[in-house]
Design a binder for this molecule. Structure first.
Ligand SMILES: Nc1ncnc2c1ncn2[C@@H]1O[C@H](COP(=O)(O)OP(=O)(O)OP(=O)(O)O)[C@@H](O)[C@H]1O
Length: 346
């Protein structure tokens, strides 16, 4: 397994005004699972393709364990790849599919068979080695693709939205499988997704990308718990953005002054975001910080109800809580758990 370092990687496709990858630098430590997360078109796949050697950067360098591999061909990079669209050979059995890369490297039969058996064991498909791809479920096929990428003992495993074609339940099962396998084998992995929950579940480190640039990089806890920009906050499910001011120890918004969150680095104008799931409503004033509003709407959604409140400033916020019996037209107080309030520079 290897450490991979991207330094100032930039890529502009012909005919495009803006770079698809714009001055991206990051290190994927040995044995770490790093996820590129961001909306469609933000440059995740382009970055991954450059690491894989399938595309050349216009500028910047790529290193593997300190060695410059910017101009090394894909075949010589020892990278295992799994993509959304499977490329299993339909006329070959599961075992033959997994063995293909080893055969290409000229490995002898007995060594090959031992490695294939081990790779199929890892993805728990040893019993289906003789089947053909069309005799497998979507999840099993994706596990064959994973075994095929692992069998060559890659320096880095690259996965581009590998589970996006699977239904939700299967996707969750595959995420847990992938987590187990990568941690057991100590694999260096680079994963691409636009699904924030998937990124939180799998990653040691998340790189949030926006328009070809890195918006924020950190552990899942840092990205979810302390987003530094509105873009990251919105992408991680935050809403209810309110203008605020921050001075040394205090944060003021909507006529309320409360303690300044530790994670806020800015002074002066800033934005407060309240996570809808961390809010609760009551008809009487609760202890501690709370905002009073007019309940405009209550939409029952099963496990929770989405309440829309109009604040005296005219701004609207949404709270998602178990049904609390309050009705539209009533006055309500909204309070929050400590982790539900975030603030960042405006
Ligand atoms: N071969 C290409 N030629 C021209 N433009 C391209 C090419 N590939 C990607 N782009 C453009 O580069 C930008 C980044 O694309 P990229 O596929 O890296 O994004 P992404 O974040 O992986 O998106 P998605 O989640 O939709 O796959 C987009 O604006 C895209 O249209």
């Amino acid at each position: 397994m290897a450490q991979v370092t991207l330094s100032r990687i930039t890529k502009r496709y012909p005919g495009s005004d803006t770079p698809a990858v714009d001055d991206v630098s990051m290190t994927i430590p040995k044995g770490s699972f790093t996820t590129l997360l961001g909306p469609s078109g933000c440059g995740k796949s382009s970055t991954l393709r450059i690491v894989a050697g399938l595309s050349k950067p216009d500028f910047g360098t790529l290193q593997m364990d300190g060695r410059d591999i910017t101009h090394l061909s894909a075949a010589k990079r020892n990278i295992g790849m799994v993509f959304q669209s499977l490329a299993l050979f339909p006329h070959m059995t599961v075992a033959q599919n997994v063995a293909f890369g080893l055969e290409m490297r000229g490995m002898g039969r007995s060594e090959r068979e031992a490695k294939v058996a081990r790779a199929l064991d890892i993805v728990e498909l040893g019993h289906l080695a003789a089947r053909h791809p069309h005799q497998l479920s979507g999840g099993q096929q994706q596990r064959v693709a994973l075994a095929r990428a692992l069998v060559v003992e890659p320096s880095i495993l690259i996965l581009d939205e590998p589970f996006s074609a699977l239904d939700r339940k299967l996707r969750e099962t595959m995420q847990i499988e992938l987590y187990r396998i990568t941690r057991e084998l100590g694999i260096t992995a680079m994963f691409v997704t636009h699904d924030q929950e998937e990124a939180l579940t799998l990653s040691d480190s998340i790189v949030v990308m926006n328009q070809g640039r890195i918006e924020q990089q950190g552990t899942p806890r840092e990205i979810y718990g302390a987003p530094r920009t509105r873009f990251t906050a919105e992408f991680m499910g935050l809403s209810n953005f309110l203008p605020a001011r921050c001075s040394s120890g205090a944060l003021s918004f909507e006529g309320l002054t409360t303690a300044r969150p530790e994670t806020l680095e800015a002074e002066g104008d800033c934005t407060v975001a309240l996570r809808p799931e961390g809010l609760s409503l009551s008809s009487t004033r609760p202890e501690g910080a709370a905002l009073k509003g007019h309940l405009a709407e209550a939409i029952y959604q099963g496990a929770s109800t989405a309440y829309t409140l109009d604040l005296p400033s005219g701004r609207r916020i949404t709270a998602r809580t178990p049904d609390c019996g309050l009705q539209p037209g009533q006055e309500a107080w909204v309070s929050w758990t400590p982790g539900a309030l975030h603030a960042f520079a405006a």
